[in-house]
Design a protein around this ligand. Sequence first.
Ligand SMILES: NC(=O)c1ccc[n+]([C@@H]2O[C@H](COP(=O)([O-])OP(=O)(O)OC[C@H]3O[C@@H](n4cnc5c(N)ncnc54)[C@H](O)[C@@H]3O)[C@@H](O)[C@H]2O)c1
Length: 260
Amino acid sequence: MIPHYLSSLFSLEGRVAVVTGAARGNGAALAEALLRAGAKVLLVDVLPAELESTHQRFRSDGLESSTLLLDLTELGAAERVHQAVMDAFGACNVLVNNAGITLGGDLLDYSDDAWEQTYRVNLKAPFALARRLTRTMKDTGRGSIINITSLNAELAFPGNPAYVAFKGALKQLTKSLALDLGPFGIRANAIGPGYMRTSMTAKSFADPVMHAHRRDHTALGRWGVPEDLAGAVIFLASDASSYVTGIDLYVDGGWLIKGL
Ligand SMILES: NC(=O)c1ccc[n+]([C@@H]2O[C@H](COP(=O)([O-])OP(=O)(O)OC[C@H]3O[C@@H](n4cnc5c(N)ncnc54)[C@H](O)[C@@H]3O)[C@@H](O)[C@H]2O)c1
């Protein structure tokens, strides 16, 4: 049996969370972790079929999820998320900005559209959601914002200038939020996944050379799976991290510590 002390420290019973990009991959695993720790979760995504099937999977396990089908780059998206979470659960205590896109391309031909679209999903939407939802969190005197960054918030990889730039910016935005929202009891932290097996990395996972390179660059000698993010998100959403704000928590199998 789990001691009461431990379960209450990590429990999300009575908390409400919003997770963006929750239809599949990392977002679905992050949402599932929060749900299993006791939270009610609004799942936001632009993919109708995946969103519904993930929601149904959760509901059939007795977990309390709700959905909002939405393109986060739409005008007024943050207001719609706020309305949906209030309609479904009447509160919001945790925001996980997970939705993200990666549009690779050679620098000399990199399109304005790819730059702009990456900016709107990976940086502008997290900011707009944080700004809108913290107004609600403020009323309860506490809250937790968790931004999903990347190794690219620290390191540059070739052929993806927008992803590198806006993951770096999201890391810094997290620190800015932590400072501005600290006085209201709202914490803001980042989780930076290493290479996880999802749709986003399907090509490199399937390529034997890239697969081995990414596996061998980690200290743990393996790719990550989305479920590896569960402990980090429960920690940062719960009272277990009550005095933790403004940090970058890398869940990367030790990728960042490796020099040679
Ligand atoms: N997979 C990895 O190795 C890895 C590593 C580091 C960081 N990340 C980050 O993790 C997050 C999730 O990525 P993933 O690997 O699960 O990829 P994914 O493509 O499987 O998931 C991204 C989700 O975001 C949703 N989304 C994208 N644009 C949206 C929009 N405009 N409105 C609403 N929803 C939108 C997608 O529909 C999808 O469900 C991203 O922020 C990504 O940058 C992934």
